[in-house]
Design a protein around this ligand. Structure first.
Ligand SMILES: C[S@@+](CC[C@H](N)C(=O)[O-])C[C@H]1O[C@@H](n2cnc3c(N)ncnc32)[C@H](O)[C@@H]1O
Ligand code: SF4
Ligand code: SF4
Length: 303
């Protein structure tokens, strides 16, 4: 069973707010209600105090922009005091350079900030990062970098078919050279159009051709495993169990991971890892051991 004192790593949605409208983000799934809630820092602190063995925290979220949390600096100070390593993922277009500079003075060498770039021009960037300015992101990342001597900034490039060529462009090389670290990732699978509340641009946001066939094969393979689970014994490779990690939503509710949170339609998690091991939940099908082996072998990322 889940026990707070065993948890080493957690991710948190601090609010349900975002300034962007990335079309295939979980915010846009029509079966998810993204209800606004912002807990006072004291509430979040009281909850985190109970995780006495916490080493890593991801201020990221399944459907929110972490830097919009009003008491973000207080939270970071508290985590730095507890020597918990902080990972922030951001669309980078919030606040101004003074805010980002201040953040740079608070964070330490243990921490990391991922700025997500999806194209070397404004037009390409906002094909996915709808409503976000590339220029603001670059200025904010510079401000953070100047204020923090430890090189904690990362450019996180998400590859789609539409921006694949651009990744090799001179301008993208210049942008990447500014950052202390580069993290290249693939988009997750674009799902059937009908699941998006607003299907704007969805047709343009396909995984690159090379990976599409792999994702489709893994999808088919894992579905067959799920459908035949009574006959075949399936072993699960659960990252929540492996990493001793959980996901907390904006109300403080605890889930084993962000996929479970999104796909369970926000029902309560019973904290029972045996149910996950017994393959009780369909959303866990991509973590079935052989499916995961395939995905890893093909360089596909799901979690
Ligand atoms: C839902 S976002 C929330 C944090 C923040 N708002 C952001 O976008 O960075 C969580 C993570 O998912 C990543 N992400 C968003 N859309 C993605 C996509 N289509 N494929 C892969 N990763 C994606 C983000 O870059 C971020 O690292
Ligand atoms: S910035 Fe992050 S949370 Fe906001 S819509 Fe984009 S992926 Fe989703
Ligand atoms: S999807 Fe299921 S098996 Fe995979 S990490 Fe989450 S809870 Fe574990």
């Amino acid at each position: 069973m889940f026990a707070k004192e065993t948890i080493n790593r957690l991710e948190i949605d601090l609010t349900a707010s975002c300034n962007a409208r990335c079309p295939i983000c979980a915010r846009n799934y029509n079966y998810l209600q993204v209800k606004y809630n912002e807990r006072p820092f004291e509430h979040i602190k009281a909850q985190l105090d109970e995780f006495i063995n916490l080493k890593y925290i991801h201020l990221v979220g399944a459907f929110s922009e972490p830097t919009l949390y009003k008491q973000f600096f207080e939270l970071c100070h508290y985590l730095v005091d507890r020597k918990i390593a902080i990972e922030i993922c951001t669309n980078g277009d919030t606040h101004d350079i003074h805010w980002w500079s201040k953040l740079g003075t608070i964070l330490t060498e243990r921490d990391s900030v991922y700025f997500s770039v999806c194209g070397s021009t404004q037009e390409l960037h906002e094909t996915y990062r709808v409503g976000c300015s590339l220029e603001n992101l670059l200025n904010n990342a510079r401000a953070l970098r100047q204020a923090n001597p430890h090189g904690i900034d990362y450019i996180q490039h998400i590859e789609f078919e539409y921006n694949k060529k651009d990744l090799e462009s001179e301008r993208m090389k210049e942008i990447m050279a500014e950052f202390s670290h580069i993290n290249l990732t693939l988009t997750y699978f674009t799902r059937d159009k009908s699941i998006y509340r607003n299907p704007y641009n969805v047709d343009k946001l396909l995984v690159s051709d090379e990976y599409l066939v792999k994702y489709e094969a893994a999808d088919k393979f894992s579905r067959a495993k799920w459908e035949n689970k009574e006959i075949q014994k399936c072993e699960m490779d659960c990252q929540s169990i492996e990493d001793r990690s959980v996901h907390i939503d904006q109300f403080g509710k605890i889930y084993p991971c962000y996929i479970w949170l999104e796909e369970s339609h926000q029902s309560e998690w019973n904290g029972n890892y045996q149910d996950i091991k017994d393959f009780k939940y369909e959303c866990c099908r991509f973590c079935e051991k052989n499916t995961k082996k395939l995905l890893n072998m093909w360089g596909c990322e799901l979690l």
